[in-house]
Structure formats: structure tokens, C-alpha cells
Design a protein. Sequence first.
Length: 454
Amino acid sequence: MLKSLHQSTILVSRARAILKRFKATKTHPAKDDDDEVDGSKLESDVDFAIVERMKQILEEKIASSSATPQIRQMNPQINSFLTKYDYGTKDQQQLNHAQSYIKSEPLLKHNKHARDIYNAKPWSGEETNYDANLRMILDSKPKPINDPMATFQLKRKVSAGDKLAMARDGSLDYKINRNPEDKEKAKFREIYKERLLGPSMLLANASSVDFVNSLAGNRINAAIDQQTGRFNSPEMNNVRGKPLTSEHLKNCTDSNYFMNQILNKQEVLPPWIENQQNLNKSIEQFKADLDQLWFKWVINESTMKGYIERATTVDQILDEYEKNIEKITFEDNSLSGTDLAYIQAKIDSLNTDIRHYNLQCPSVSGHKLKLDKDKEVNESYWRTLDKFPTLIEKWFKVHKGGWKSKLVDNPGGGPSKYFNALKLKGSPEIHENKNVDTSLNLWKAIKDVFKMAK
């Protein structure tokens, strides 16, 4: 083996000497003259190609005749020596350097997850069923919050009082920050539920149950005699019990009867009845105000203005009114713009109330028509002319009837009255009613107070 190694070494040295000689002849050619250089240029190129080819043959021979693996197998000392100083390729050297650096990393000593990643086999590009199932399970759960300090913080137990306080604060914040549109929708739904359904909102909503109840109630009522309150059956003579009253028979069903009884005992009116009364009062008050506007127009702006100012009695005003009634009706009878704007706003408000009442009223026959501006103004005008004699009498008593009061008798007017009262001969006469009982009757008043307390 040593002999073969020696021969390979001699062969390598000879090959290197030959290569050096060829390189020297290539780099330093003979320069006799220019013609010889041009003529030998082609020959030098051929020689260079031959040299390169011989170099490749020698390198292949050296590589094929190398007996290093055989020497390593035969001699352990040479194997250990070559292994010690054999650093391998450049990529292998970088890999060894990276592995030595990772092994010295202190994170691998106390972090099991990092150590498992380092010891795991590199991914080959294929995923096993186990890894796929594990990945799906991990993806289905929310990722934990990366808070390293949370592991060192002790969790404090929340008491019942703290939980109640937090719940109260949360509910209060929800009420305050609630969307106003939701509040309006809920309020609107609650109001119109009562208006549209009426008392039926207190009953069951099941259609099948209502149908069975109505069918049974109709059959029972059909079998009852409306005069006696007993069932039309010969067996009723043997039945002990009190017959139905006439008031009970007036109602179509028992639920209506008991509901009416509750309302009557509690003195409660249905919502649409109460709304109807308030609406009728508002409409009557509006018509009265409209009549008053026309009455003021007749007094202050019509042809009757001058006669009313000069008249001293009501009869004079009424006489002139009968004479000039045609002039009043044929003249430009229109209210001022301010009055018309007030009338329009009032009618709009009343129409809104009428609409709400119609939604509440369960019967179509009880619905009211909306008011019309022109119609109400025209009807009020003719209504005021019809009631003018009555209205002018009241107006005359208030405005002109108080000029001469018959309740005060003042025969001796002037300053002489006060001078006569200040004379030294005597005081002025004072009327005194002697029939009046001047006693206080204290005990009687106390008894009356105790009677009222009972």
C-alpha cells in the first residue's frame, strides 16, 4: 500500500513538472521576427489545446488512482489523522458551524418547545394525517394572548359584590349608550300595539283557541232563552241554579261581560272612549275660537264697525244689523293672515289627534273624518252671523253696559259730599243690619269640624 502511494505521488509530481513546462512555453514564445510569430500563431493555439487536454487526463488519473479510502480502512491511525484534518466541503463546514452555535444556545436548556423543534426531523414536503389533524384542531381554537407577564400575576377572586357592581355598571352603560332609534321603535311599537289591538291585546293570540272558544260560545248562547236566562231544554226544570241576568245576556261572550264588569267597577273608560271625549272637547273649543275670530271681524272690520261704536243700546245695533246683513255677506269677508296661519296649525294638530283616535277605535263606524280648513272657516262664518244677536248682547254688557252702574246710588256727587262728612256736628250715617246674629258660635263650629272628620 505504501508502495502504491509512493508511485501515485511520483506520478503527480511528474505531471506537475510537465504542466509547468508547457505553461512556460505558452507565456514566453520565441520572437525571432514578425513573420515567424504570425506563422506560428496557429501552432501555439494547437499546442495550448493539447496541454489543456493532457491536464484533464492527468487530473482524472490522479482521482481514479487515489487509494485514500483503502488506506483508511487498513490503518486506523491514518484514518484518525485524515478525519481530524478533513473539514469537508464549504457547505458542510457552514452546517457544522450552525449546529455548534445552536447547541450552545441557552434557550434549548429551559424551553422544551424550542428543544423539540430543534430535535424534530426537517419537513420533507409531505404532511402526515397526524400533523394535518393536529393543525386543524389548533386552528379551530383562538390563539392565546402573548402576554408573558400574565404567568407571573396571581388571579384575584372576584367577590359576589364586585360581580353585582360590574353587572349594574354594564347595564347602566347599555341603557345610556343604547341607540335612540331602538328606543323610538320600541316606544312606537308599544303605543300602536295598544291603539291597533285595543282590549284584544289582553287576550290569547292563538287563532285555533279563539276559534274554538267563539264556536263554543255561539252554541251555548244559541241554546239559552233570552227571556228567562235558562237553557231551552226540559231537563232545566230539574237543574238547581241561578239563571243568567239580562245584563249578562246582552253581551255576546262571557269575556266581554266580565271585562265590562271590571271596567264599570273600577270606573275606567276604554282608551278610545277617553280619547274620543278629549278630541270632541278640543274640536268644540276650536270651533268656539273660530267663531270668536269672526265675531271680532264683524265688530272691528265689517260695515257694522261705525254703528256699533255710535250705538248706546243693543236694540240700535240689532236694527242696523238687520238692515245691513246683505252688505256684510256680500263684502270681502276674509280673516287676517295671522288668524289663517293659526287656524291651519290648529287643524293640523287636530287631524293628528283624529288619526290616533281612528287607530284606537275598534269599530269603523266610530271613526271621525279629518277637518278641512276652508270648510271649517266657511261654516264658522255663517254660524257666527246666526248667533250674532246673542253674542252682541254679551259683548255690550261687558264693554258698554258698565258705564252707568245701577248698583251704586250717588245722589250728592261732587266735593261737597266729602266736606259734609268731615263736619264736627256728627259722623256720617252708616247702615247697620240689626237682624244679623253677631255671636261667634265657637262650640258649634268645633262640632261641625269633628262631623266632617268622620
